[in-house]
Structure formats: C-alpha cells, structure tokens
Design a protein around this ligand. Structure first.
Ligand code: AMP
Ligand code: MG
Length: 305
C-alpha cells in the first residue's frame, strides 16, 4: 500500500492512523489534538498509556504555539531543526496536543523532522502530529517501508513510502524545564553536539522524567547478547569493524558509527527472521552515536545497568 501525501493528510483529518516516514524511523502518525485518534495509536502499538508521545511539527514557529521556549530551547531548535532532536518543554496549548498524547504531563515533547515527506505532510496538515515508531510496543523500530507495514500496516488508513530511513535511530530527547537542560534519551544527535550549543547537560535518572524508558524495548524475538566477541552455536553475530563476523551481518564493516546506526534495527529484524538461537552483537565504542546505539542494544538485551 503506497498512498499519496494528500490521502495521508485526509486520513489524519478524519482521525485515522498513517504510516509516516521520518529520517529517524518510520512513525505511526495521528492528529495530536484528537483524543480518539491518539488512543488508537496506543491500541495499535499495545503501548502503555503512561508513555507520552512526541508531537511532530513543520517548524519552530509551529512549535512555539504549543510550548514555551526559553533561550536554551531556542538555541537547540535553531541548531538542530529540522532534524532528529526532541525537546520536552512546558506545554502552552493543552488542546492541540491532547492530554493522552502527553500522558497527562504539563510538559510536551516536540520535534520538527527533517524528512521531506514528513515535512510535506506536516505543512499540509497544519497541526501537530504524534508519531511514535510504527512497531508494536517493545519491538525493534521499523526503518524501511516494508518493516513498518509488517508491524502496524493493519491499523492504518494510509501508508507513505519515504525509502529507507537515513538515520535509523530515534531522536535524542532533551528536556528544557525550569532553566535546566537534561538528556532524557540518547539518540541521533550526539551529546557532544548538544553540549556544543548549551554547555554540559546532565543525564536524567532512569525513567525519572521520561516515563516511557523501559528496560526491555527494541527487542527482537531471539534473545540478544551484547558486547560479545564470539557467537555461540546457532547464534548470529552482528559484527562491528573490519574482520568481525560474517560481512552480511555486519553493522559496519569499516567501524563507522553512522553506518552502524542506520543498520542497527534492520539487521536485528533480518537476523530475527532466520530464527536463530540468539543474536550476539560485538562491542560498539561508547563515543558519539555509540552512546545511543549501546542504549538501544542494552534495552534489546533486556539489560539496563
Ligand atoms: P518514542 O517512544 O520513540 O515515541 O519516544 C517518546 C520518548 O519521549 C519516550 O522516551 C518518552 O518518555 C519521551 N517523552 C515524551 N513526552 C515526554 C514528556 N512530556 N516528558 C518526558 N519525556 C517525554
Ligand atoms: Mg519506539
């Protein structure tokens, strides 16, 4: 099913769900101001209702109608939007982003995505669109059209094909509340890139201010072992760097973190389809994008420490 932008916008207006490509991962989108539509997202994903959704907007001007931006928030939006950074800010308009979308919080998570198809939809729709990853809750995020349709295609009225996701990893979530900037979830924009704009940022305690951060998430059916240098019998090894494991399963043969991020969820899904005894992943350096890759892998393995 490959629909037009116009069909997708009409579906959103009618309170229906849409598969929406973004540069991070494929999203399952709905009108943020329509509580029934937002409820249908939680239903389709099997997502716990305490886990708030990110509202997507066309640009910073649209975001400023929904949330209060201080100096740091403005600087971050200017530096990274459109792009894979989500800002959690004090909510201004609790109608246009419904209570359910915010899980009842007085803050709202917002981002202006960079993918041209997402931008076209958001401009034409003219309001905020919630769009969590288009997988059923707890599973690896879809980074291709086919994977998105396989996960939640049955729940949508329209699906847009935007090609494979360039980034392949969810947005970085940063809160800017009471003059305090915190990293709630590592993601596609690195900590160093954020700190270059606003200075040192603190990491939030697990699950403290970001209620949806679960210990087991992004997980394929096969058990995942991480930081492993040799596969056990029946396991598929996802390698990183020259000469590690089978080239076909490598996250990046040259050891490039950007390439590894783009391949991560795709390889996890491909490996899972082979029904292996397990999926082993070789060590990934913790710098730059490695922080977010390791965060996802720890959760895919059901281990947060
Ligand atoms: P996703 O699960 O990829 O849709 O990402 C949503 C992320 O943003 C989750 O980690 C949420 O907990 C976080 N989030 C969304 N809204 C808020 C909010 N108002 N306050 C704190 N974290 C939020
Ligand atoms: Mg997700």
């Amino acid at each position: 099913m490959r629909d037009t932008v116009q069909a997708a916008v009409e579906a959103l207006r009618a309170g229906q769900l849409v598969i929406l490509p973004t540069e991070t991962v494929y999203g399952l989108a709905a009108d943020a101001g329509n509580p029934q539509a937002v409820a249908a997202i939680f239903e389709a994903k099997g997502r716990p209702r305490f886990n708030p959704l990110i509202s997507h907007v066309a640009d910073a001007d649209a975001a400023r109608k929904l949330a209060r931006f201080d100096t740091a928030a403005n600087a971050l939006a200017a530096a990274f939007w459109p792009g894979p950074l989500t800002l959690v800010l004090p909510v201004l308009d609790g109608e246009r982003v419904s209570d359910l979308a915010r899980a009842g919080l007085d803050s709202v998570a917002i981002r202006a995505p960079g993918h041209p198809v997402a931008r076209e939809v958001l401009r034409a729709f003219g309001g905020p669109v919630v769009a969590p990853s288009a997988n059923r809750s707890g599973r690896p995020s879809p980074t291709t059209y086919a994977d998105a349709v396989e996960e939640t295609g049955a729940s949508v009225a329209a699906a847009l094909d935007g090609g494979p996701c360039e980034v392949g990893l969810e947005s970085t979530v940063v809160s800017v509340l009471d003059g305090d900037v915190r990293l709630l979830r590592p993601g596609a924009v690195t900590r160093a890139e954020i700190e270059a704009v606003v200075g040192p940022v603190r990491q939030d305690g697990e699950g403290h201010r970001s209620p949806g951060r679960l210990a087991l998430h992004y997980a394929p059916d096969a058990p995942v072992r991480i930081e492993v240098t040799e596969a056990r019998s029946g396991e598929i090894l996802l390698g990183f760097g020259p000469g590690v494991g089978d080239l076909r399963w490598s996250l990046s043969p040259s050891g490039d973190l950007r390439e590894a991020a783009a391949n991560l969820f795709r390889r996890l899904r491909e490996a899972d389809r082979e029904r292996p005894a397990g999926i082993a992943v070789s060590p990934i350096p913790q710098q730059g994008l490695g922080e977010a890759i390791n965060d996802r892998l720890r959760r895919a393995a059901g281990f947060v420490g």
